[in-house]
Design a binder for this molecule. Structure first.
Ligand code: ZN
Length: 263
């Protein structure tokens, strides 16, 4: 049994990127820990008050973590920088903080938890969110400080996502999802992916985790990604979301991801 620490930027990122893998690791006997860097206060929502939204999204994350069997959740309480990196905030946003400062906090947790594997984001920050790029850099630096044996980027296979979005659009007959428009150029080319985890046994948990983030399923004027995804009919959801992708970037010991079924 090993401890795996997933570092995420905003509540709901764990649902979209790593929920099935988290549940799978737990069921294989590993201890799963989440570090949440911000409370997602800049997320689109019907709730416009920054602090209120942050508190609601924290609770949503806790609910999602319970569904996924997470043993411990740490909040770093940086402010969400917003998609353009310019969200108004009275305290330091994740992008205003230095990589060193964030890395130190993460490395302290990696040491306390004696983490075998730490999971961050790919170098593009997925679809290019400045907070995700910041987490990518901070996790790499934190793993060095804590001497964590295995480091992986949670990502998406770039080729798959374009197909997936076409498929979903076809099924539910909607136009382009505004917040996903740039996905095809982001994330990671297939050749760099080391682990395509088959999460078919855990897709129900992934959907429940998405649904835990109620504040992100309504609000704003555009169709929300999470709303669309989590309401897909089961058969389609299971087909669309039966993989999660990782790129192992440091590999100096046993990798808990190797215990999970792969494509
Ligand atoms: Zn995010």
């Amino acid at each position: 049994m090993a401890t795996v620490v997933f570092v995420h930027a905003h509540p709901d990122d764990e649902a979209l990127l790593t929920a099935g893998t988290m549940r799978g690791l737990k069921e294989k006997g590993h201890r799963v820990v989440v570090v949440m860097a911000t409370n997602g206060e800049a997320g689109l929502s019907e709730i416009s008050n920054y602090t209120d939204l942050g508190n609601i999204r924290k609770r949503e994350l806790e609910k999602s973590a319970r569904i996924l069997g997470v043993s411990e959740t740490y909040f770093l309480n940086f402010r969400d920088s917003g998609l353009d990196g310019k969200a108004q905030a009275t305290t330091s946003t994740l992008c205003q903080a230095t990589v060193e400062e964030i890395a130190e906090q993460i490395s302290a947790i990696l040491k306390i938890e004696n983490a075998q594997l730490v999971v961050g984001y790919d170098s593009q920050g997925g679809y290019g969110h400045p907070d995700h790029i910041q987490i990518h850099k901070a996790v790499i630096a934190a793993a060095k400080l804590a001497n964590t044996q295995v480091v992986a980027n949670a990502t998406v296979d770039r080729q798959t996502i374009a197909k997936l979005l076409d498929y979903i659009r076809l099924i539910i007959k909607i136009g382009p999802l505004k917040d996903l428009a740039s996905l095809a150029d982001g994330f990671t080319p297939r050749a760099d992916i080391t682990h395509t985890i088959d999460i078919s046994q855990w897709t129900g948990f992934k959907r429940a985790s998405m649904r835990a983030h109620g504040s992100q399923r309504v609000g704003g004027t555009t169709i929300r990604t999470l709303q669309v995804f989590s309401n897909l009919p089961s058969k389609i959801f299971n087909r669309a979301f039966h993989f999660e992708w990782f790129e192992v970037v440091t590999n100096n010991g046993a990798n808990p991801l190797d215990d999970l079924p792969v494509k």
